[in-house]
Design a protein around this ligand. Structure first.
Ligand SMILES: O=C(O)CCC(=O)C(=O)O
Ligand SMILES: [Fe+2]
Length: 352
């Protein structure tokens, strides 16, 4: 006898004209001041000679930075956004062929953080990892010649996009760590620049997010507040359609407006650990709107699964704040404890 575990599915957004109670949150727009502006708008040109120190400052204060001259062709980014929009505009039944299994990583489904909230989010997601786009594309477009075209273009673009993201993620990891005086020669982070043929490679997961037009955005939540479990995350958001917000100390929720040609890079929880708490793993969320379908592409970059991450800046003044943890162990922790996960791996630092 088999037990069927019911996977909660995203809403069929097109079929609803009113916000269902299941998706009605309190305190969504009332807890953010629409006029709030960030203290600084951290935009860094990666070709600028002092990019490293600007990135360090942004990571220590804001916990994110918008980077320009990042080396990922704008045409590739537009193609990836186009393919993402096309994927989410498929009929629900078609998307459901790739539904993520209860313990699975890839495919179509609700935001992974959904179980921690009693209300549903106004979004749907599609996760790609370790070449999973090929299998999912076959499920999405199983038939004729037209399908072949869709399948090939989806796979090619997503493959190239992930390659571009991995290169940029390696560059950003090197820049962030280098800005703290930790170079790739450091034994503990040799994996950032693996040698050819090395099996111990950093990992990347591509999360495509879709936020459909919403009948009542003041009560809906696109993606609830969270920090990312990665080392760093590279986010592309639709041009001209805002929705991303970050929590700023003493100010509250402030919008991160898309900057033309820029990609947003977030400090993830693991980078916060590596930097011994110096880099701010900023809380962020996405809100929705009444007129535009918004998509975002988040690339989560992390260490090889079996590598222990521990604070690399430890001296007498700053003893290590956290215990060593692998990405997998941390993800398991986060899956149980969500935003409390970091607190729970803290070392008992004695204050003298
Ligand atoms: O859509 C956005 O702007 C945010 C997405 C995000 O934070 C995530 O996927 O982790
Ligand atoms: Fe995020």
């Amino acid at each position: 006898m088999s037990t069927n575990i019911v996977v909660p599915l995203p809403l069929d957004f097109e079929s609803v004209t009113k916000l269902p109670n299941s998706h009605a949150w309190t305190l969504v727009t009332t807890d953010s001041d629409p006029a709030a502006t960030p203290d600084t708008v951290p935009v860094v040109d990666l070709l600028c000679p002092n990019a490293a120190s600007l990135v360090r400052h942004a990571c220590e204060t804001c916990g994110y930075v918008q980077v320009t001259n990042h080396g990922v062709p704008s045409d590739l980014i537009s193609q990836a956004e186009l393919q993402t929009g096309r994927l989410f505009s498929l009929p629900t039944q078609q998307k459901l062929r790739t539904v993520r299994s209860p313990n699975g990583l890839t495919g179509y489904g609700l935001a992974r953080i959904s179980p921690f909230f009693s209300k549903r989010m106004w979004s749907e997601g599609f996760t790609i990892a370790a070449g999973s786009q090929a299998e999912h594309a076959r499920q999405l477009w199983p038939h004729d010649d037209d399908d072949h075209d869709h399948r090939d273009s989806f796979c090619n673009v997503m493959e190239m996009y992930q390659r571009g993201m991995m290169r940029l993620a390696e560059k950003m990891a090197g820049l962030m760590l280098g800005s703290l005086g930790i170079t790739a020669a450091h034994e503990d982070i040799k994996w950032v620049k693996p040698k050819n043929g090395c099996s111990n490679n950093p990992q990347g997961v591509l999360q495509l997010n879709s936020y459909p037009v919403c009948p009542d955005p003041t009560k809906a939540m696109g993606l609830a507040p969270h920090s990312d479990s990665s080392l760093l995350t590279i986010l592309h958001q639709s041009n001209g359609i805002g929705g991303l917000q970050v929590k700023e100390e003493g100010i509250g929720w402030v919008p991160v407006h898309p900057v033309n040609g820029a990609l947003v890079v977030f400090v993830g929880d693991l980078m916060h650990i590596l930097s011994n708490g110096r880099f701010n793993n900023v809380l962020h969320r996405a809100v929705v709107n009444e007129t535009h379908h918004r998509v975002s592409l988040a690339y989560f970059y992390g260490p090889p699964m079996d590598v222990k991450i521990s604070p690399l800046i430890d001296n007498h003044d700053h003893p290590p704040l956290y215990r060593p943890v692998t990405w997998q162990e941390y993800l398991d922790f986060k899956a149980t404890h969500f935003n409390e996960a970091l607190e729970l791996i803290k070392n008992d630092v004695k204050v003298m």
